[in-house]
Design a protein around this ligand. Structure first.
Ligand SMILES: [Zn+2]
Length: 490
């Protein structure tokens, strides 16, 4: 069996295991329901979406508010002054929504289900990939290919079957956001892109839900509790700031890197996810998750926690202001409504200036990986240039023979303010390069390469079209697919 066939077979087996595990789960749930209805003669206390979640109420007639096994399970946290029996009962009657079953969502779900929240909802439309496993600790090699929501629910259920789990196997959109978020008391933003951050914040403001937001990239993370207290927009007594109060404008689109490209250290995102669970538990135990009956003294002033794994002082906390008087979403001036949000008139993708894949080159300015391989085969690469604009760590792992390395970040820094009028320095070009030598640009998946090729043209490097300047469509990912399957792709 060759390597490809073996990989294929292994994937098929993983899928089969995943399907079988799901069947087993369903069978267990059916059995549980049967046993429960035959012993109690009733099963109305079984949560609608449990799949395995058992009773959320003590046995009828019991004089204690928790079941015996719950005293055993939660004993170590029950005896803490900040939790106590009231805090535990609040946790048990609470419902928490985790948006994103990835590096943040996995540890957050683990600690929230461990702590005994009543219902845990999970939103995610992706499936488990091998590249997730170094940080998304609830998934497993045997569940590669399975929906992330199912994988995370299964992991959490194994940890604590007392919790009811609700899987929303889709991405959050303006259209489904209200229906999903309205069913929960507290929301955790465990996503990794600005477009979802603004959408989640807006819907939490409109539905008056406290929001625990975190992000992590490379070796840094940040955490903030938003909309706490969750007062209505423009409320006179003020509520906590929303995401737009803290970040009124999205980061420049070309600075947005998701961890797929920017890299991430597992424990860094793990730390941030654990902290999200901690903040949610504190909110709920203090009664804030339910909103109205909480003690206002419990509300901490909003602060932004910054974590840097490489700093000598890894944690720093910055006090934040309360709501912004002119905030688009939460101020008295806000005209944002659920109806408007649902109608799709707010274009979050456009607001963040991101559209993937980008398209700034015409088809004739792009060549396929296979076509560039022909150029190599014909030896034409000696009279043309290949510019690899991936960052150093990617380039060091593997590159196309003869490529000149100019990282995208360095390229941007160098030419940001260059316009067509000036003569830009091209010190990365070998001196003997003929002025008409074609320039091909390659990056990871074919976005940055387009931006670089476009910029080179804008700077006049293409000699008014006499010299070809373009990119390799689909970048190194396409190269691996079309030309060299052995090339490591990171
Ligand atoms: Zn706001």
């Amino acid at each position: 069996m060759n390597a490809d066939a073996a990989t294929h077979k292994a994937e098929e087996l993983r899928r089969q295991i995943s399907r079988t595990e799901k069947e087993l789960q369903d069978l267990r749930a059916q059995l549980q329901e049967l046993e429960s209805s035959s012993t109690n003669g009733r099963h109305d206390h079984i949560p609608e979406e449990s799949g395995s979640g058992t009773a959320t109420a003590p046995a009828p007639g019991s004089k204690w508010p928790l079941k015996e096994e719950e005293y055993a399970r939660y004993g170590r946290q029950l005896i803490l002054p900040s939790i106590g029996i009231n805090g535990q009962l609040r946790l048990k009657s609470s419902s928490v929504l985790i948006i994103g079953a990835g590096g943040l969502g996995c540890p957050a779900a683990a600690y929230l289900s461990g702590a005994g929240v009543g219902t845990l909802g999970i939103v995610d439309g992706d499936t488990v990939e091998v590249s997730n496993l170094h940080r998304q600790i609830a998934h497993s090699t045997s569940r590669v290919g399975a929906p992330k929501v199912d994988s995370l629910a299964q992991y959490s259920r194994d940890l604590n079957p007392e919790v009811a789990y609700r899987c929303h196997g889709e991405h959050l959109t303006p259209q489904n956001a209200e229906a999903i978020v309205s069913r929960y008391d507290v929301v955790l933003d465990c996503t990794d892109h600005p477009t979802s951050r603004y959408l989640i914040s807006d819907v939490c403001v409109l539905l008056r839900k406290p929001l625990v937001s975190a992000s992590a990239l490379r070796t840094d993370g940040q955490l903030i509790v938003l909309n706490n207290p969750p007062a209505p927009p423009g409320a006179a007594d003020g509520g906590g700031p929303c995401y737009r109060c803290v970040f009124p404008r999205p980061p420049p689109a070309d600075s947005v890197v998701s961890c797929g490209e920017g890299g991430i250290l597992g424990p860094v995102v793990g730390v941030m996810g654990v902290l999200q669970a901690l903040e949610a538990i504190k909110l709920i135990a203090a009664g804030i998750g339910k909103g109205d009956n909480a003690d206002p003294k419990q509300w901490n002033a909003p602060s932004l926690l910054l974590f840097s794994a490489t700093s000598s002082e890894p944690f720093r906390s910055i006090r934040m202001r309360s709501r912004k008087p002119k905030c688009f979403a939460c101020s008295a001036e806000s005209t944002l409504t659920l109806k408007e949000l649902k109608s799709g008139s707010l274009d979050y993708v456009q607001f963040c200036g991101v559209s993937t894949p980008i398209s700034v080159l015409r088809p004739e300015e792009r060549i396929s990986a296979a076509d560039y391989n022909d150029i190599l085969a014909q030896g034409l690469n000696t009279t043309s240039l290949l510019l690899d604009v991936r960052e150093k760590e990617h380039f060091d792992i593997a590159s196309i023979p003869g490529a000149i390395h100019v990282p995208f970040s360095a390229f941007q820094a160098k030419y940001r303010s260059t316009t067509g009028g000036e003569k830009p320095s091209l010190d990365w070009l070998p001196e003997e390069t003929p002025s008409e030598a074609p320039i091909y640009v390659v990056c990871r998946v074919g976005n940055d390469s387009q931006l670089v090729a476009r910029k080179l043209k804008d700077m006049g490097i293409d000699s008014d079209g006499k010299r070809f300047v373009g990119d390799i469509k689909g970048g190194m990912r396409a190269w691996k697919r079309e030309v060299d399957g052995t090339m490591p792709f990171t």
